[in-house]
Design a protein around this ligand. Structure first.
Ligand code: ATP
Ligand code: MG
Length: 428
């Protein structure tokens, strides 16, 4: 039985069987104390000479941290045990006596990254992975409820979506291909049949800057919807984030507490989120003493300072047209601004979502491609989408690893991913 199902009065006094890995081990005279862990929890087991075969007792004495075992015994309620119950062992089998485990207390972050394949078993990582799973699960549920279809897009692509400076080039049978930076353009192609679509897939960006929020491969949740405006999309996104936070409070209380994340921080995440125009956010930054020109790309540092005192996310919307890629739709009443938004997480975490309305008029798109010094020939099929029944539409891209980093209160995005990829790390 899994350990979590043993931790109840129901089984007290009966013979139980469980298996897992040695988490702690200590010997004291005729007794061996073992704390066993499995995917669900930990439980203490007591092995006493004479209460099981001599062979089994010798096995208990040989156990090391991370050895894999199966044990059988009587379940007892015990206040002093770490999870309130313990097993008095009558039978013990070892599958593997582990070699000396390299992870001990006070190892450096770099070392823990070098042996990530072993660090995955830590309680912190296990809790993080479960929270991560719930974020993915809730997002999918939310999209389904709202009538979105899940679709899949290629990872090998022939052209850039974001800038060329973060493109990964790969040889492709004598041609050049790239790893996708975003699935947005492909998602736009689906809306003419499915109307509302989303995908969760990796995006790749050759990020050279070292910040606590950039990976070179990250989990990107992207959506596009026909007929939706910028402001409507913002409402959709904030509801989704609130839903993620409240599901975590329901389902992942224990894991949040293992990570020492204060649940109050998640309770604060309620609609409506703050909405500031780009100009208002510049004013806000200046009121905090930041030295900001009128038009400036807000990076990690600026967003950290701006969001530090906030208790829930905020939107910055309608950025100056010059700051954003060509596909953003200029406001018809104010073409110096585009109808777009970023969602910034509070407590200094910064951008977690970027989205907005896409240009849906063909001539306007052609003009913006040229104004950006790009070649319309490179965007043939994307322009085509504006030639056959084009409709107003909006979309967004959300970094799942960034949402997890913030919601779980992690220090660095690397801690949110089982096998992180950065400029300096490709292994394990
Ligand atoms: P930044 O300014 O932080 O580099 P961006 O403006 O390049 O972000 P977008 O192109 O809008 O980001 O991508 C959409 C979302 O994808 C971002 O809001 C973020 O959550 C996530 N994202 C972008 N780049 C990365 C990255 N290198 N690592 C992890 N997540 C990322
Ligand atoms: Mg970027």
């Amino acid at each position: 039985m899994h350990i979590s199902s043993l931790l109840s009065d129901e089984h007290v006094g009966s013979l139980v069987k469980t298996r897992g890995w040695v988490y702690r081990w200590r010997e004291s005279g005729p007794l061996v104390f073992i704390i066993v862990r499995d995917s669900t929890n930990i439980i203490q087991a007591i092995v006493e000479r004479g209460k099981l075969s001599d062979d089994d007792f010798e096995t208990a004495k040989k156990l090391t941290i991370e050895s894999s075992i199966e044990l059988e015994g009587n379940l007892v309620k015990e206040k002093k045990a770490p999870t309130g119950y313990e097993i008095h062992v009558s039978k013990l089998t070892a599958f593997n006596i582990a070699e000396k485990f390299p992870i001990t207390k006070d190892k450096s972050d770099e070392f823990l990254l070098d042996i990530r394949h072993l660090w995955l078993r830590s309680r912190e990582m296990t809790a993080t992975l479960k929270i991560r799973e719930t974020i993915f699960e809730t997002s999918r549920e939310y999209f389904k409820e709202k009538g979105y279809h899940e679709v899949h897009t290629p990872m090998f692509v022939g052209a850039a979506v974001e800038g060329g400076s973060t493109l990964f080039e790969v040889p492709y049978f004598g041609e050049k291909a790239y790893l996708t930076q975003s699935s947005q353009f492909y998602l736009e192609a689906f809306i003419y049949s499915l109307e509302k679509v989303y995908t969760i897939s990796p995006s790749f960006r050759a990020e050279k800057s070292r910040t606590r929020r950039h990976l070179t491969e990250f989990s990107h949740l992207e959506a596009e919807s026909a007929w939706m405006s910028n402001q409507e999309m913002m409402t959709f996104e904030e509801e989704m984030i609130v839903r993620i936070a409240s599901d975590l409070l329901d389902k992942r209380k224990d894991e949040l507490s293992i990570l020492k994340r204060d649940p109050e921080k998640l309770k604060n995440i309620e609609t409506p989120f703050y909405r500031y125009t780009y100009e208002k956010i510049i004013d806000l930054g200046r009121s905090k003493g930041m030295d900001l020109p009128d038009i400036v790309d807000l990076g990690e540092k600026e967003e950290r300072e701006i969001t530090e005192g906030f208790d829930k996310p905020l939107f910055v919307y309608n950025f100056p047209t010059s700051l954003k890629p060509f596909y953003h739709r200029p406001d018809p009443d104010d073409p110096a601004h585009v109808l777009c938004h970023d969602m910034l997480a509070p407590e200094g975490y910064g951008e977690i979502i970027g989205g907005g309305e896409r240009i849906w008029n063909k001539d306007e798109l052609l003009r913006r491609i040229s104004e950006n010094g790009l070649n319309t020939d490179d965007y043939g099929w994307y322009i085509d989408l504006r030639r056959f029944g084009s409709v107003p539409h909006s979309g967004f891209g959300l970094g799942m690893d960034r949402v997890l980093t913030w919601i779980a209160g992690l220090e660095h995005i690397k801690n949110a991913v089982p096998f992180p990829r950065t400029i300096r790390r490709l292994r394990p």
